[in-house]
Design a protein around this ligand. Sequence first.
Ligand code: SF4
Length: 72
Amino acid sequence: LDEKDPQAVALGYVADTTKADTKKYPKHDKAQKCNNCALYQGKATDAAGGCPLFAGKQVAGGGWCSAWAKKG
Ligand code: SF4
């Protein structure tokens, strides 16, 4: 997934969670990553995996977006 993809921009997606815009997303924590997000479709150890918010694309395991949700 390209960070410049309009949907990625809309959700504040970054391929590296440490680069997230913390001013815009004060609840961001660098412990939050795609690979520990409830929506991530890859395995925790995968470098990249699917995400239902970005159909047909792969998000980085170490990435992040503002829809990050704690695994239940
Ligand atoms: Fe990553 Fe979760 Fe956002 Fe999908 S919803 S891009 S897995 S943080």
